[in-house]
Design a binder for this molecule. Structure first.
Ligand code: SAH
Length: 508
């Protein structure tokens, strides 16, 4: 890095919670930044866009700790930029709507540091929208007022001009106002706003934890207290807050409100997570394994150089396909060398991975069980044909033993490695301890074994209250042998099958 070059700071709004409300520009800036300076309301999926080696600086509040003071944050931004780094300053909602982004921009301007502001979707508008409340509506109001509710309680000390506020005809949106709600509503009433004005409070909007309480100016504070609504929440006061329930649209998916722990490898988790989220659930990705290249390529290289000797290549997973062809390309071996070789892909996803390269498997056993696989594969192999099994380093022995028994000639080669991913340990334990996870999914025996070894024996009990769902019977058996009773097994042993099972369990 050029020490003399000053870096640049992007003051970014990350939206109100739903990570898909992040703008394209924000995503691009976060994924390119060297340093990420972030607040409490920024979710892990958004932070996950950062480069692997990006420096992560948390400046939000910690329980029982004070937040880093604003001057401290300003200083960090200036210092990092002076080191020549690209800094993403990531905030919840929009950075200039009660986000103190203005102060940060001032500090940067003063220090002569280049910056850009990337506006975000503000909770003041998006959270009501997710709760079915349009903040303006032609029939009811012609203005929108966004007000801070973060004030010391007590009318005398309030800097808010309730006299003026209560005369406004437009929609009033209070941010940071849960604690002071009763003082806000009583002040508005005292200064003449009608007691029957509709009011709504939306907690943790745009996330699966979203809750809404509706009422009137007179009773909303009491109702909110009863419901135990906590910060962050947005308060909407005005006719629009009382629009009928027809406008409620969020949280209607078949997995709405469900939190699912997804334990595939980092590379594979996304497909399962996507499907869960499409159905309104929240996928908490905790990759328990990481796929890496083999430490030693000599066996695979030898096989690739003599690929013609194999009549069949058997791929047991998408990873197998990926790493096999990656190496083939690395060695600059032409794919046409495979023209005389038949391909066997275990499972649909594996076949799809081959199809991406224009390769169509001769055989695609539908089942994940080795017995089924052998039943379908063996009759296809002619005498004298040799097989190459392109597999994981930790693959079970059943397949090779079955082939040996039938005197089939084969080479069993690890084309990738499965490594335990321990970085998320504390976070998984914390989530399980809090008890707000509905399902944990296991997509292979190794995800079972790995999750258990990451958690450690003493923490296995944390899984007692969580429904455990396995992709197939082999995985379920591994779970059982490890002391985990699966609550359900997918009927079809694919990601789709697994998701269908989650839906089925959510319906009961
Ligand atoms: N810059 C942010 C607001 C920061 S102030 C924005 O534009 O959204 C923090 C307040 O925003 C919280 O106290 C709460 O009132 C509101 N808020 C932020 N995210 C929210 C969410 N997901 N649900 C409800 N309120 C939210």
């Amino acid at each position: 890095m050029d020490k003399n070059r000053k870096g640049k700071v992007y003051i970014i709004g990350a939206g109100p919670g739903d990570h898909k409300l992040l703008t394209l520009k924000a995503a691009e800036c976060i994924s390119r930044a060297d340093v990420i300076v972030y607040d409490r309301l920024v979710g892990s999926k958004i932070l996950g866009l950062a480069k692997k080696d990006a420096e992560m600086v948390y400046v939000g509040k910690l329980p029982e700790h004070h937040a880093v003071p604003q001057e401290g944050i300003n200083r960090i931004l200036v210092e990092k930029a002076l080191e020549g780094k690209t800094v993403a300053r990531v905030k919840g909602g929009d950075p200039f709507v009660f986000g103190r982004g203005g102060e940060e921009a001032e500090a940067l301007a003063e220090a002569g540091i280049e910056f850009e502001v990337v506006p975000g979707v503000t909770s003041a508008v998006a959270v009501p929208a997710y709760a079915g409340i349009p903040v303006t509506h032609r029939d009811f109001c012609s203005s929108l007022h966004i007000i801070t509710g973060h004030e010391k309680p007590g009318k005398e000390e309030s800097s808010l001009d309730f006299e003026t506020l209560s005369k406004l005809e437009g929609t009033l949106v209070f941010l940071m106002g849960v604690k002071n709600l009763s003082s806000i509503t009583s002040n508005l009433i005292e200064y003449g706003k009608s007691k029957s004005t509709p009011a709504a409070v939306v907690e943790k909007g745009t996330t699966i934890m979203q809750r809404k309480v509706t009422g009137t100016l007179e009773d909303i504070a009491e109702k909110v207290k009863e419901a135990g609504i906590q910060s962050p929440a947005v308060t909407v006061i005005g006719e629009v807050a009382g629009l009928d329930r027809r406008l409620e649209w969020f949280g209607k998916g078949k997995l709405a409100g469900k939190r699912v722990l997804v334990t595939r490898s980092r590379q594979q988790a996304s497909k399962l997570s996507e499907k869960i989220e499409e159905l309104g659930g929240e996928a908490l990705e905790f990759p328990v394994i990481r796929i890496e290249e083999p430490q030693d390529y000599s066996e695979l290289d030898k096989a690739l150089e003599n690929i013609g000797v194999y009549s069949w290549v058997v791929f047991t997973s998408t990873n197998g396909v990926e790493y096999f062809f990656k190496r083939l390309r690395f060695k600059r071996i032409d794919i046409r060398k495979l023209s005389g070789t038949k391909l066997c892909a275990i499972g649909e996803a594996t076949a799809e991975e081959l199809e991406k390269m224009g390769l169509y498997a001769e055989l695609m056993p539908q089942s994940y069980t080795t017995l089924d696989l052998l039943k379908q594969l063996l009759p296809k192999i002619k005498k004298g044909e040799k097989l190459l099994l392109a597999r994981a380093d930790i693959a079970g022995k059943e397949l090779s033993e079955g082939l040996k028994e039938k005197a089939v000639e084969f080479d069993d080669i690890a084309v990738y490695r499965t490594v335990l991913e321990e970085s998320g340990r504390e976070a998984i334990i914390e989530l399980l301890e809090k008890g707000n996870i509905d399902f944990v999914t296991f997509t292979s025996s190794s995800t079972v074994r790995n999750l258990l070894s990451i958690l450690g024996k003493d923490n296995i009990r944390l899984l007692d209250k969580v429904k455990k769902v396995c992709i197939g019977p082999v995985t379920a058996k591994t779970a059982e042998e490890s002391g985990l009773e699966a609550d359900a097994v997918a009927d079809v042993y694919t990601v789709e099958g697994l998701v269908n099972k989650l839906v089925e369990l959510s319906e009961v």
